[in-house]
Design a binder for this molecule. Structure first.
Ligand code: BES
Ligand code: MN
Ligand code: MN
Length: 457
């Protein structure tokens, strides 16, 4: 085996500079203002793939942002790995909380600071760089297909269609993704489960216009007060979700599985200290790790209405809004949950207001096997480069496409992420450790070697 650690070390400056170029493109998929930048990021990925040695590189149009495809077929008798990642990023706001601008990457404390540094540009780019190295060394033991999308952060709504119409092109033996985190730099882990998602927006309307809160207050329902009551009623004292039928399809884990989860290292005090909270909160009889992985949740992501400007304005607003997400666990169905939410939310509205529930995107949860060749190849690869065995661990985040890979292409995914939960993804000051970036590039070639060997056996 080629000494990839050495190779990565030799090229590290170049690898970091090239990632910086990509991070400078503000490819925010949620905001139409950034449209040309999102397209520019796709163009940039295309060029990186060509430079690395991929063939058939193309920008595939969809009804939304394009998917960049490229492949290297070394030998049809070798196994084929489909690499998935995303070049779009979350909006950078609140801007004033960034120590340095979101799209001007810098290194502080051996970490790369920029929106998308970890999610997912930095992690996705590791795959292109590892591929480039393997090509240079004439040491590519598998066929590779890259599929890098630009709408992950807005729900990947055009991806299922792309999979359906490109089954032949995407034919592979497994999917490899780096878009999740590990437990720690000294505790490598592989993600074996992702939560699903049901995301809704609610609108509560009271009077037909904003009113003087003195003249009308006390007699006319205030939609913000009502919305707060309604939201508060969605969870009980034990933080259980009060929507009838919500837990019907949830699978309870066996004692064995829960014992395994409890084995992974977790430091509650460090967790609280890192978030600057005095206490945690969640369902009784579940650990923090369980609450954020194997249990469903309901969270308000944003709430607004009325007067929020400088000083005070006495107003009884006409409308109130909230964006609410529910994270789902295996066997829960996003559309069914959205329907249950809608029915329940409408039913608890007092007569004094009107409510409207608008579904946004959803996504299925996923669990990935640990006895597959791809899981073993990833696990061995991490052990080879970290010197410690990788722990299987379920994550709380969502990558809805993982379920689609299985459903539409019949492919299992291995989630070999190199980020950390503390990378502040989706938050101000997102960052990605240089250690993590380089370790990823070093580990990926081992994955291909292990996979080719296991498949051949
Ligand atoms: N990479 C994340 C998902 C993730 C993060 C999984 C950390 C595991 C650990 C992905 O980009 C993401 O943010 N997904 C969204 C869902 C999507 C439908 C908007 C999420 O989880 O909120
Ligand atoms: Mn991501
Ligand atoms: Mn994300």
């Amino acid at each position: 085996m080629i000494n990839y650690k050495e190779k990565v070390e030799q090229h590290k400056e170049q690898f970091i500079n090239e990632l910086f170029e990509l991070l400078r493109i503000p490819s925010v998929s949620a905001d139409p203002l950034y449209k040309s930048d999102v397209l520019k990021a796709a163009e940039s990925i295309k060029n990186s793939l060509i430079k690395a040695g991929a063939n058939q590189v193309e920008i595939c149009q969809t009804l939304g942002y394009p998917i960049v495809y490229g492949e290297k077929i070394v030998d049809v008798s070798l196994p084929t790995v489909l690499v998935y990642g995303h070049y779009d990023v979350q909006p950078p706001d609140p801007l004033d909380l960034w120590t340095s601008p979101a799209f001007e990457p810098v290194i502080r404390d051996n970490k790369i600071y920029a929106r998308g540094a970890a999610d997912d540009k930095g992690q996705m780019f590791m795959h292109i760089k590892a591929f480039e190295l393997m090509m240079k060394e004439n040491n590519l033991p598998c066929n590779i297909k890259f599929m890098i999308e630009g709408e992950e952060e807005v729900g990947s709504s055009n991806l299922d269609q792309f999979l359906k119409t490109n089954k032949e092109k995407l034919k592979a033996d497994c999917v490899l993704v780096s878009d999740t985190s590990m437990i720690g730099n000294e505790t490598p882990s592989i993600t074996t489960g992702l939560r699903g998602l049901s995301y809704v927006e609610v609108e509560v309307t009271g009077p037909n216009r904003d009113l003087h809160s003195g003249v009308y207050g006390g007699a006319v329902a205030n939609p913000i007060n009502v919305l707060c009551d309604m939201i508060a009623s969605l969870q009980d004292e034990d933080n259980k979700i009060n929507i009838p039928g919500f837990y019907d399809d949830v699978i309870e884990l066996s004692t064995e599985e829960r014992t395994l989860i409890a084995k992974a290292p977790f430091d509650l005090n460090a967790y609280k200290a890192a978030l600057d909270i005095n206490d945690i909160q969640g369902e009784n009889s579940y650990s923090t790790v369980e609450r954020t992985s194997i249990r469903p949740t309901l969270d308000v992501n944003g709430i607004w209405g009325g007067y929020t400007g400088e000083g005070a304005k006495t107003v009884l607003p006409s409308k109130a809004y909230a964006k609410i997400s529910m994270r789902l666990v295996p066997n829960q169905h996003p559309e069914k949950i959205t329907e249950l939410f809608k029915k329940h939310f409408e039913s608890i509205a007092p007569k004094s207001v009107k409510v409207k529930v608008t579904p946004h995107h959803g996504g299925f949860p996923a669990v990935t096997p640990i006895d597959s060749d791809e899981y073993k190849a990833a696990s061995m690869a991490m052990e080879q480069t970290f010197g410690i065995p990788a722990i299987p661990s379920r994550s709380g985040g969502s990558i809805p496409i993982v379920a689609s890979f299985e459903k539409i292409l019949g492919l299992k995914t291995v989630l070999m992420g190199f980020g950390l939960d503390s990378d502040a993804i989706h938050s101000p000051n997102e960052h990605y450790g240089i250690f993590n970036y380089l370790k990823g590039i070093e580990t990926i070639p081992y994955f291909y070697h292990n996979y080719a060997q296991l498949k051949n056996a």
